[in-house]
Design a protein around this ligand. Structure first.
Ligand code: C2E
Ligand code: CA
Ligand code: CA
Ligand code: CA
Length: 279
């Protein structure tokens, strides 16, 4: 047991050293990733549950690092925030999404909404609204084709300021979605006080839906409350036909998840749009 303990201890510290070294390497390469043009957007298609139509996509960043390979946002967004790089990354993401959205408009995809994740640091930027406005102008994207996704934790301790800013964004004609809905402590007051038009039910609730009566009941309640409040409801992380059937029954509006498709590189997204008759 002692020897095991010793081995485990050594393994553990090796892991920690590897982690720290990785962080240092990450940081070094991350700082250069912008000039090296290593960021790409993947697009996870979203569907209208009732009609089955392809009605939009969520843009998700990947960092295609020369040295590290494909890095997922879970491994660099927090570090980017700490390094003060997130505002630049965030601006790049919004611009890239709007430019691509405009191409899709021109190619004939109508009635779609392209969603973009925003970090709390971006909401703190004094010129955030102006930046979004100027990106909309330079790209030429119809504002109603853009949705910004925020989470309650980003706004809960500054509802007043957030409301002011989000009102300005809504006045530009774009939509605001509340991401990961239900995972925090104050989803309801955030929903009530901010100009949110889309609720994204967190994947954990969609997973639970099949397990027991309570899980299903929670999703039902979110959908019916959301509809009473005139919100669109999107189910995240739909992985099975059974989940989709339940959502269809409940009257949920839209869904995304591995059941339909993983996030796709642009070429695959375009192929899907062609197959679906949208382009
Ligand atoms: P999120 O906004 O909640 O995005 C959903 C995440 O769930 C994505 O992971 C997506 O690939 C994954 N996913 C989608 N469908 C399924 C499914 O059916 N099952 C499972 N297990 N997972 C599914 P991803 O792309 O790794 O992104 C992780 C998080 O990183 C995002 O969570 C978002 O918070 C953040 N993120 C991604 N792109 C950006 C960005 O451009 N800017 C900022 N600030 N954050 C981003
Ligand atoms: Ca999201
Ligand atoms: Ca989410
Ligand atoms: Ca999330």
């Amino acid at each position: 047991a002692k020897r095991n303990g010793g081995n485990q201890y050594r393994l553990y510290t090796d892991d920690m050293i590897a982690l720290v070294q990785r962080d240092v390497r990450l940081e070094k390469h991350l700082r250069r990733s912008l000039e090296k043009n290593e960021w790409v957007l993947h697009y996870q298609p979203q569907f209208d549950i009732q009609s089955g139509r392809l009605i939009g996509a969520e843009a998700l960043i990947r960092w295609n690092s020369e040295e590290l390979g494909m890095v997922f946002p879970g491994d660099f967004i927090t570090l980017s925030e700490q390094l003060g790089l997130i505002n630049e990354i965030g601006r790049w993401v919004i611009n890239e999404a709007c430019v691509q959205g405009k191409r899709w408009e021109d190619l004939g995809w109508t009635d779609f909404v392209l969603s973009v994740n925003v970090s709390s640091r971006q909401l703190d930027e004094p010129y955030f609204v102006k930046n979004v406005q100027s990106i909309l102008q330079s790209s030429g994207l119809e504002p109603s084709h853009l949705c910004l996704e925020i989470t309650e934790s980003m706004v809960v301790d500054k509802l007043h300021a957030a409301r002011y800013m989000l009102d300005e964004l809504v006045a530009l004609g774009i939509h605001i979605a509340l991401d990961d809905f239900g995972t925090g402590y104050s989803s309801l007051s955030v929903l009530r006080q901010l100009p949110i038009s889309v609720i994204k039910i967190d994947r954990s609730f969609i997973t639970d839906m099949e397990n027991d009566h309570e899980g299903l009941s929670i999703v039902k309640t979110i959908v019916s409350m959301g509809h009473d409040l005139n919100k669109q409801i999107v189910a995240e992380g739909v992985e099975t036909k059974a989940q989709l059937d339940l959502l269809l029954d409940i009257g949920c509006d839209k869904a995304q998840g591995y059941y339909y498709s993983k996030p796709l590189p642009l070429e695959s997204m375009n192929e899907l749009l062609e197959r679906s008759g949208e382009l």
